[in-house]
Design a protein around this ligand. Structure first.
Ligand code: OAD
Length: 250
């Protein structure tokens, strides 16, 4: 019998809720799709950041070496956009869910700080964050406000350059963050993969390669390369699906 999509979703939501209520250890992996409803663009697809910009120019050590002012101009615009954005119902549902589960890890690929601002206690920031810059020479850190880094302060007096506190393509993830997320994937009984195209590694591998016996749920209006490998899929927006789940688990 053909079930309308919404009914099918309801069945999956009930299953996910039942598993979350029993679970001791849960991992949630988020991507830019969770912030889409806060008005921040995703990276890929229509309207995505990478449609208008070349990844290698803006998000690689080589691009920064070539034109640090261009790179900072772009990141300063994103920092300003993040400061204006507000966490949405998806971020706050995850912060509420965290209170219900004893061993809860939120690992995000996002650098926008919206999980923190929604009340998540200690999100694992796999790709760093835009709250700070650091010197590529001496490693000194500098906290940034909504104006980002003034372009005439890129050159640091040690001879190095201040760079955004994010991970670029071709760079390793911060080791402590990666270890926390990897161990959480191994322990997890349920993994929610939310708002990510699951094409950037190693983050995407958390839900597939590193999970041992987790029930994996993808929350994304669109299919991704891992869709066929997960246990169930919810095709609604992150805000709607996570809010429904968090309410039912509470
Ligand atoms: P992508 O732009 O690759 O994927 C965003 C995903 O969010 C897509 O699969 C969309 O279908 C989904 N999406 C859009 N709106 C949604 C909504 N309301 N609810 C749920 N899902 C929604 O972004 P990421 O997967 O985050 O890395 O990209 C991963 C990494 O690639 C980023 O961290 C960044 C980027 O290049 C670096 O810069 C190192």
């Amino acid at each position: 019998m053909f079930l309308p999509a919404r009914t099918e979703d309801g069945v999956v939501v009930r299953e996910v809720v039942a598993r979350l209520q029993r679970a001791r250890a849960v991992l949630v992996l988020t991507g830019s799709g969770v912030s889409a409803e806060s008005g921040l663009p995703t990276f890929r697809g229509a309207g995505g950041l990478w449609r208008h910009h070349r990844v290698e120019e803006l998000a690689s050590p080589e691009g920064f070496e070539r034109d640090p002012r261009l790179v900072w101009t772009w990141y300063n615009q994103r920092i300003a956009a993040h400061a204006k954005a507000l966490p949405n119902a998806a971020h706050s549902a995850l912060a509420r869910l965290e209170e219900r589960i004893s061993d809860f890890t939120l690992a995000t690929q996002n650098v926008d700080s919206l999980h923190l601002r929604a009340g998540s206690a200690d999100p694992v920031e796999l790709h760093g964050n835009l709250r700070h810059a650091r010197c590529s020479g001496c490693g000194v850190r500098r906290e940034l406000d909504a104006f980002g880094l003034p372009l005439d302060e890129i050159e640091h007096h040690c001879g190095g350059r201040m760079r955004p506190g994010v991970v670029w393509f071709g760079e390793p993830l911060p080791q402590e963050a990666w270890e926390r997320a990897r161990r959480a994937a191994q322990r997890a009984e349920v993994i929610l993969v939310v708002g990510t195209s699951a094409v950037v590694y190693p983050a995407a591998a958390l839900a597939t390669q590193y999970a041992r016996s987790a029930y994996v749920v993808e929350i994304n209006p669109e299919a991704t390369p891992i869709s066929e490998r997960v246990d169930s899929r919810l095709r609604g927006a992150a805000s709607q699906e996570l809010d429904a789940i968090a309410r039912a688990v509470a």
